[in-house]
Design a protein around this ligand. Structure first.
Ligand SMILES: Nc1nc2c(ncn2[C@@H]2O[C@H](COP(=O)(O)OP(=O)(O)OP(=O)(O)O)[C@@H](O)[C@H]2O)c(=O)[nH]1
Ligand SMILES: [Mg+2]
Ligand SMILES: [Zn+2]
Length: 296
């Protein structure tokens, strides 16, 4: 048996690279398919290689065993990754900050590093961009301002991707595939257009795919989405996934302060000073959303 990594999953077939980079098209043993934790892009697996085909340039194979995952992001699904890159565009479509916070909560749950990529800077005037960067002063994650069209910010993006296994996530049409093409021109990923009327993308990328980078490391390009559920998450745990609250927690008067309506709350005291008002608003919104869902 050989060890390999799933780089694409589509229609019950899995594209697998072995350690030398040879490609195999694999089916999975029934057990692996039925398993709740079914195979996903990034999974490390053991597989039995089949005959080399004389027609196509890959061999077939059967996946026999899923190796333990270091981590696994549920949405977009990807396993064994080092960091999440949340991609949004400033315009066409505009940035959905609440979706950003949702994705960041998911990343924190999986203990994944994360940063933000605000793309399409070429569509805004310099003073508008300055205003935006001023507003994101208190943002607790690194933000890169990029343009796949003008090339702005691409060197910083390349640097952050190099040597890491990253997963790109964000709505359709924000430029995830375009950025990857710009970072590594040989990739030739298909890119779509944004509809004129509703300024939304057209879901061009259909399947997640793990792409090796020539600079070292790899990136999972994923299909865009706009809705994201928290799955199982207790509202009381939510504050743990807002890392900027961490150092303030012990300064709150109440030991189990939820930072909502308790008196003398250190988190609420810092809003607008060292904490971003927008991030706190999202926190409050998510606590409400999760509390409503709780079944007693
Ligand atoms: N002006 C401008 N347009 C961009 C930029 N990046 C991407 N686009 C355009 O935005 C559209 C969507 O780009 P894609 O790369 O397909 O977006 P995506 O995020 O991969 O979308 P899905 O695959 O549908 O999730 C295309 O028409 C791109 O040419 C940018 O930096 N500036
Ligand atoms: Mg795409
Ligand atoms: Zn508090």
């Amino acid at each position: 048996m050989l060890e390999g990594r799933v780089i694409k999953a589509a229609g019950g077939f899995f594209t697998v690279y072995d350690e030398t980079g040879s490609e195999y098209l694999c089916r999975a043993r029934g057990m692996l398919k039925r398993d709740k934790a079914s195979l996903m892009v990034g999974d490390r697996i053991l597989f039995e290689p089949g005959e080399k085909s004389s027609v196509v340039d890959y061999s077939e194979g059967v996946i026999e065993k899923l190796l333990p995952r270091i981590n696994c992001l549920k949405r977009p699904p990807a396993a064994n990754v080092d960091q999440l890159v949340v991609v949004m565009s400033i315009k066409q479509p505009g940035c959905d900050w609440q979706l950003v916070s949702r994705l960041l909560v998911l990343a924190e749950q999986e203990k994944l590093a994360a940063f933000l990529c605000l793309n399409k800077t070429d569509l805004v005037a310099a003073d508008e961009l300055r205003l935006l960067t001023g507003q994101t002063d208190l943002y607790p994650y690194p933000i890169l301002y990029t343009s796949a069209v003008s090339g702005a910010g691409l060197d910083s993006l390349k640097e952050r991707l190099s040597g890491q296994c990253s997963v790109f996530a964000g709505p359709s049409g924000v430029g995830k595939s375009s950025l990857l093409n710009a970072v590594q021109p040989g990739l030739s990923l298909q890119t779509g257009t944004v509809s004129d009327k509703i300024k939304r993308g057209r879901h061009t990328t259909r399947q997640a795919e793990l792409l090796p980078l020539t600079s070292g490391g790899s990136v999972v390009d994923t299909p865009g989405f706009t809705r994201l559920d928290f799955f199982k998450l207790e509202p009381a745990l939510l504050a743990d996934y807002f890392p900027e609250f961490e150092h303030l927690r012990e300064c709150c008067s109440f030991r189990n302060c939820r930072h909502i309506s308790e008196p003398d709350c250190a988190v609420r005291r810092e809003i607008g000073k060292t904490l971003s008002q927008m991030r706190y608003d999202h926190y409050q919104y998510f606590v409400k959303e999760l509390s409503k869902r709780e079944v007693y």
